[in-house]
Write a protein that binds this ligand. Sequence first.
Ligand SMILES: [Mg+2]
Length: 101
Amino acid sequence: MTISFDFDETFTAAPELFASVMDVFRAAGWMVIVCTRRGDQRRPTAESVIDDRFAGSVPVVRARGIPKWQAAREAGFEVDVWVDDDPGSVLGMPNLIPRRS
Ligand SMILES: [Mg+2]
């Protein structure tokens, strides 16, 4: 099974909590990836944060301008479970669910 975690406002909302959860899935044999719409201009990059925590063992997939499901598939991952604060971004419809102001 493969599970994808979003980066901004998901992993970054509680980095150590999510890192611990990701460790649990990895220990159970799941493939864990991070799929993000964050571009490479924004610092720190998702790759640097995730690589620091997981020593390069958690792949980071960038989905710039395309749906996350497509970016993941193009990177060779068929994701079974998505964990994302913006579920519409998985389908290529970011901000589909209006945020409270
Ligand atoms: Mg997010």
